[in-house]
Design a protein around this ligand. Structure first.
Ligand code: XMP
Length: 322
């Protein structure tokens, strides 16, 4: 297997890249059908546009509602793509994902459960239904680097781990963005006509909010971290940062509310400055912003008594908590 040849954002000719990748997709898929999962992140959005340019209605795009996405995300993304002439079908797979995650606390085991549910169960079914032989997906070079280095098993990396998707899941995977990093993907996304809200969108991980729940992932715990995420996204909307996130801890701590002891939950806030996610520093947020965040989180999320801000760098931290 030859190593992937990186194309830096600075040397990227987006027009040429789009032309080349659309031609490659057309050539591989031929007169057949391909499918792809759109999460609304910049990677999967760029791939959806490339696939749409190459295959038109022979690309079937799905938004997998896995129950671990942010508030209102599915409807919002489907409507953005509708405006661009791309039809996206929402697939309700919430029960399947929560069942697969039940009782799992180990971070890598969680990632693996999500991967298997996504690729084997949900996609296995969609491939049969659509008779597609190919899955188009937005793997980027950073995903591969971290998986190969065994730092985190990124949910969308197979070949580099010696897994043949054809054998494991029954379809082939096409990865047009694999030579790029995030900054390059943003340039491509913009050049395909995607709106600013998408091509500048903050990264969000494949394992979604499950990457931000330490310990078992349940509907209740996801609901809590989802609400904290909404507050964070409202409060930090005007802050220029690479990425921010709210994390629900597993340990409880003693707190007090209305003069009564409360053995409560802890939310950790992380906000990162970074160029390409390989290294990152905590953003020097104004303390008044942090105070407002803490005040809203403890008052709007019953049971939360502690809010912390991460001040470690990556490395040795990683950006997500699992
Ligand atoms: P870490 O936590 O590895 O995150 O420092 C680096 C960047 O990658 C995102 N991330 C993921 N993206 N699938 C993805 O598509 C994943 O499994 C995954 N895990 C982390 C993370 O949000 C950050 O931008």
């Amino acid at each position: 297997m030859s190593p992937v040849k990186e194309i830096s954002a600075a040397s990227l000719d987006t027009k040429e890249f789009i032309k080349e990748k659309a031609a490659e997709i057309s050539q591989i898929v031929g007169s057949g059908v391909a499918i792809n999962a759109l999460s609304g992140g910049v990677d999967s959005s760029a791939v959806t546009m490339l696939g749409h340019m190459a295959l038109k209605e022979r690309l079937k795009s799905y938004f997998i509602d896995n129950g671990i996405m942010r508030e209102g995300e599915s409807q919002q993304i489907v409507s953005v793509f509708k405006k661009l002439g791309v039809n996206v079908e929402i697939i309700d797979a919430q029960n399947e994902f929560f069942d697969a995650l039940q009782g799992i606390t180990d971070p890598e085991a969680k990632r693996e459960a999500i991967t298997q549910t996504f690729y084997k169960e949900v996609f296995g079914r969609l491939v049969k239904k659509s008779e597609a032989k190919y899955l188009l997906q937005g793997t980027i070079l950073t995903d591969i680097d971290e998986t190969v280095a065994r730092i985190k098993r990124q949910h969308n990396v197979f070949e580099q781990l010696g897994i043949d998707p054809q054998e494991a899941f029954g379809y082939k995977i096409i990865e047009p963005l694999v030579q790029l990093r995030k900054d390059g993907v943003r340039k491509v996304a913009e050049a395909t006509g995607l709106p600013l809200g998408i091509f500048k969108r903050m990264p969000f991980p494949g394992p979604a909010l499950a990457a931000r729940v330490i310990g078992e992932v349940t509907r209740e715990r996801i609901a809590l971290v989802r609400k904290a995420t909404s507050i964070l996204e409202e409060e930090l909307a005007s802050v220029k940062a690479f990425q921010y996130m709210a994390i629900l801890h597993n340990d409880r701590v003693t707190g007090m509310r209305e003069n009564k002891r409360e053995f409560g939950q802890q939310i950790e806030i992380r906000c990162w400055d970074s160029i390409d996610a390989r290294q990152a520093r905590p953003t020097r947020l104004d303390f008044s912003i942090l105070e407002e965040l803490a005040s809203r989180i403890v008052s709007e999320l019953p049971g939360v008594v502690s809010v912390t801000y991460n001040i470690a760098t990556k490395p040795p931290s990683t950006m997500e908590a699992i």
